[in-house]
Design a binder for this molecule. Structure first.
Ligand code: NAP
Length: 252
């Protein structure tokens, strides 16, 4: 069902591919006015936006690096100009080449934390400034995209990435308590191994085939399966959930 943006404005970071793309598509189908952020691949973002638009969905693609305060402020100014912000999906995230911690540089650590933690923190701040009832907003919902890595730790792959997702879990727990009184729910989804291009950025495009047999459900998940969980957490069906860390990981 598409209700032409009647559900309010939803900001989705990193919405041009993978899980963010699936969220953008499903949210438009469910009647959100989607503000789809991306960092660099404009052609891809425009392709996704055009496709959503051709199916009657409402979507605006906005370039910006979530680790930049100026970019995040600009993103939310654009979003607020479209209508009342109802939600945020803090999805943009990166990982780097697989390696042991003993070989990691501080620059790499800073890059991963800048996008995954600082970016989520900045976007949450801007969303709350507009959704909080005490500031004239109408309340809303935030879903942070964490990872099963937060509890597994990702040894020999990317402990820095896993630790950044641990920080997202803690952000979710603290912020949910801080803004509950403002009518804002804050939850996290922790995907397991999901079929997207992120694994290639770790230098291991065959990671899914290698790990899938070890998942209790014996397969990777799809971006759409994670998107369904995120849309549920955003919706009124999850009205009494806040501070929840929801595993979408096939039992892993
Ligand atoms: P993906 O396919 O690599 O897509 C990442 C998206 O984030 C792209 O749209 C990218 O835009 C955007 N992005 C990257 N850095 C950004 C920045 N600094 N500012 C704004 N946008 C940025 O990743 P994915 O697998 O869908 O992952 C999405 C989220 O799920 C991440 O937080 C990831 O950690 C988490 N997750 C994924 C898995 C999995 O197995 N796939 C498992 C657990 C958790 P450009 O292409 O324009 O750069």
């Amino acid at each position: 069902m598409n209700t032409g943006g009647a559900q309010g404005v939803l900001v989705v970071t990193g919405g041009s591919r993978g899980i963010g793309e699936a969220v953008s598509r499903l949210a438009a189908d469910r009647g959100y006015q989607v503000v789809m952020n991306f960092r660099s691949d404009r052609a891809r973002a425009e392709l996704v936006a055009a496709d959503i638009g051709s199916r009657g969905g409402s979507v605006h693609s906005v370039q910006g690096d979530v680790s930049s305060e100026a970019d995040v402020v600009a993103l939310f100014e654009i979003a607020a100009g479209l209508g009342e912000i109802a939600g945020l999906v803090n999805n943009a995230g990166i990982l780097e080449q697989q390696m042991d911690l003993v070989d990691m540089t501080p620059e790499r650590f800073d890059r991963v934390f800048a996008v995954n933690v600082r970016g989520s923190f900045l976007c949450a701040r801007e969303a709350i400034r507009r959704m909080a009832r005490s500031r004239g907003g109408g309340g809303g919902a935030i879903v942070n995209v964490s990872s099963a890595a937060a509890r597994i730790g990702s040894p020999h792959e990317y402990i820095d990435y896993a630790a950044s997702k641990g920080a997202i879990d803690t952000l979710t727990l603290g912020l949910s308590k801080e803004v509950a009184v403002e009518g804002i729910r804050v939850n996290a989804v922790r995907p397991g191994i999901i079929e997207t291009e992120i694994h290639a950025s770790g230098g291991d495009p065959g990671r899914i085939e290698r790990i899938a047999p070890m998942v209790p459900m014996q397969r990777a998940g799809t971006a759409d399966e994670v998107a369904q969980t995120i849309l549920w957490l955003l919706s009124g069906e999850a009205s009494y959930l806040t501070g929840a860390l929801v595993d979408a990981s096939g039992g892993r």
